[in-house]
Design a protein around this ligand. Structure first.
Ligand code: SDX
Length: 392
């Protein structure tokens, strides 16, 4: 049989590891990072603080957090030659493909990042990727829109500096508004970790061969890109806009989503673990209302999202399958309101998930997990003799 007698497609009923980082209860819609509820962290912490908590296991003291931030700032330059790699991409390249490539290219400019035998070497690799990934993300965006590849302002906070790197135009002194920074910071916290999801499992798998942190993250970015995973946040907005263009008939799209012969799915709905409301979706929906009110934006796409959610929650097919809005359903509405273009939505998810990927990779290495190598049930040909060309 090739080693086993049964398989578990998509690992729906398989636990891959023990972990002390994130706790999910899908039935009750509970999410906790290192024992702290997502509701409290989204409300009271900031993103860098949550990154420290996920990676090192405890909320940092004031001194620990400021040293962490200083160490990150000290590594927040990217070798000028990386710009040559970026220049090789067409403007039309999807930023997730650019980021996966540039993140693995970083190894060439930081060769020591592969050696993580000591805690200090591991820490150095971790601060380097936390420092350089926001720069690469901003540059991937700026390349698309034809802006010069610049740095932000190290005197700003981690998230504020990222927004400045993204949006500062030449000859302008762009400073992101406090409420925009706060909304964005909260979004990143909500995306920071989610136990053994597809991209995190990919980071663990690649990392289990001791291939190094940067390429493990690069593989995670690739997995997150898929529309069934992080790519859903882009697909949700594209779906809502298609419904708007089509005249706003949500019932027609609900019927498509239930038609077994139609590959169309209601993007932003359903989840492997949450069989109740995704707690993040609740917080993001509330934040979306606040951001749109703050900015005085009346987004017809939000109205369609609310109508679609109402219908889905009352639809027997969706109720039977416990399909609720997930983290991706409302996040795109906020990104749009913050002026982030749709092809940058999934990179925003990656920026948020980066500390979670790092934390899970670090835990896997510190626990000396074995290299990932599952078995299979063989269903191919039995032994057969070689056929010469003229016999085929
Ligand atoms: C993320 O794992 C994580 O934690 C991921 C994530 C994270 O933080 O890392 O939370 C982030 O990826 C959120 C999910 C984003 N993806 C989408 O919104 C894409 C749309 N959703 C689906 O493709 C689906 O719900 C998944 C991929 C999220 C979950 O898929 P499963 O668990 O493999 O479930 P399934 O595909 O077997 O569906 C079960 C049933 C099927 O119907 P039946 O064959 O039983 O009759 O529900 C149906 C599916 O057809 N179904 C949907 C649907 N999702 C599931 N039908 C219509 N629209 C949908 N969105």
């Amino acid at each position: 049989t090739g080693g086993v007698t049964t398989i578990d497609p998509g690992y729906k009923n398989t636990g891959s590891c023990e972990s002390a980082i994130t706790f999910l209860n899908g039935e009750e819609g509970i999410l906790r990072y290192r024992g702290y509820s997502i509701e409290e962290l989204a409300d009271k912490a900031d993103f860098l603080e949550v990154a420290y908590l996920l990676i090192f296991g405890e909320l940092p003291t004031k001194d620990q957090l400021s040293k962490f931030h200083e160490d990150i700032k000290a590594q927040s330059h990217v070798d000028e030659d990386v710009k040559k790699i970026l220049d090789g991409f067409p403007k039309s390249a999807h930023p997730m493909g650019v980021l996966s490539s540039l993140t693995s290219a970083l190894v060439a400019f930081n060769p020591s990042s592969v050696n993580v035998d000591s805690e200090e070497e591991m820490y150095n690799a971790i601060v380097r990727i936390l420092a350089k990934f926001p720069v690469l993300t901003a540059w991937a965006y700026r390349k698309r829109v034809g802006l010069p590849l610049e740095y932000g302002d190290a005197s700003l906070g981690y998230v504020e500096n990222f927004l400045k790197m993204m949006f500062k135009k030449p000859n302008s002194n762009y400073v992101p508004k406090k409420d925009i920074v706060a909304a964005f910071d909260k979004l990143l916290i909500l995306h920071a970790d989610h136990e053994q999801n597809c991209s995190t499992s990919t980071v663990r798998m690649v990392g289990s061969s001791h291939a190094g942190l940067f390429v493990s993250i690069s593989a995670g970015i690739a997995a997150l890109w898929g529309p069934l995973h992080g790519g859903a946040n882009q697909a949700v907005i594209e779906m809502l806009e298609a419904i708007k263009e089509d005249g706003g008939d949500t019932k027609k799209f609900m019927a498509k989503a239930k038609d077994k012969n139609d590959p169309f799915r209601l993007m932003g709905f359903g989840h492997r673990v949450y069989k109740n409301f995704d707690p993040r979706a609740k917080i993001i929906k509330k934040a979306a209302d606040e951001v749109l009110n703050d900015l005085g934006i009346d987004d017809p796409v939000l109205d369609i999202a609310i109508a679609l959610e109402k219908e889905a929650l009352e639809d027997q097919y969706f109720v039977d399958r416990k399909l609720y809005p997930n983290v991706d359903f409302y996040s795109g509405i906020i990104y749009r309101a913050l002026g982030i273009p749709v092809e940058m939505f999934t990179p925003m998810f990656a920026l948020g998930r980066l500390p979670g990927w790092i934390a899970q990779w670090r835990e896997m290495r510190l626990r000396k997990e074995p290299i990932g190598r599952p078995r299979q049930v063989y269903i191919g040909e039995n032994l057969r003799p070689f056929k010469e060309t003229e016999e085929r």
